[in-house]
Design a protein around this ligand. Structure first.
Ligand SMILES: Cc1cc2nc3c(=O)[nH]c(=O)nc-3n(C[C@H](O)[C@H](O)[C@H](O)COP(=O)(O)O)c2cc1C
Length: 190
């Protein structure tokens, strides 16, 4: 048996290094039900505080009714590129207990939703789908459109599809690909 030494400087997984948020999606690419199921399953397998699983998703495949209803509420910026993505996910967080005004369902609801979405985006790369998470849409419009009750929050969206460009090739207003350094993000290390 050969025991491999771990690399001195650990490699970051290529999916994480190569991931980027496209602002152009190929409008001819369609996703299958099976691909959508595997994105949802990636979210299902994410960890959450107390296994609370405080997430749900509205799934709009391009050409479908839910997609038409989602697209109406995009902001001017996201309407330039999100409609041509193969599928749009609206990401919902379970924030309060049903029937109460402000009893928190989980103090980690949005944290857990974000992690579930992160897992979905990596699953997307495994399926050959790029992802762009975004906030540029009318949250209250989506809330009304899909009758989302008060104990759930419409938090963000994710567009999945095949990018028409490479990372950094097209600059989009208000976004940047620059990163803080490793030292900048390390509060303490010892
Ligand atoms: C919660 C969240 C909200 C975002 N909102 C927007 C948005 O409204 N419009 C946009 O173009 N990108 C949005 N982004 C994408 C970021 O701008 C992008 O991830 C960041 O600039 C880093 O670029 P990269 O993903 O290509 O590495 C959002 C990302 C996250 C996680």
């Amino acid at each position: 048996m050969t025991i491999c030494d771990p690399p001195v400087i650990p490699d970051v997984h290529p999916a994480l290094v190569g991931r980027f948020s496209p602002v152009g999606f190929d409008p001819t690419i369609e996703v299958s039900d099976g691909q959508i199921d595997s994105l949802l399953d990636a979210a299902r397998h994410a960890p959450s505080a107390g296994n609370s699983q405080p997430w749900q998703f509205i799934v709009g495949r391009r050409g479908g009714d839910a997609h038409r209803r989602i697209v109406r509420h995009l902001a001017r910026s996201s309407s330039q590129w999100a409609p041509s993505a193969s599928v749009l996910f609206v990401n919902l967080a379970h924030t309060t207990v049903e029937g109460t005004d402000d009893w928190e369902y989980s103090e980690f609801a949005r944290y857990d939703l974000g992690q579930a979405v992160a897992h979905m985006t990596i699953q997307g790369l495994h399926l050959g789908l790029d992802a762009h998470q975004f906030r540029a849409f009318d949250r209250s419009g989506i809330t009304g459109e899909f009758s989302v009750p008060a104990h759930w929050e419409v938090t963000s969206m994710t567009a999945f599809g095949v990018s028409t460009h490479s990372a950094g090739e097209i600059r989009s207003a208000g976004t940047s690909r620059e990163r803080a350094s490793r030292a900048d993000i390390t509060w303490a290390r010892g």
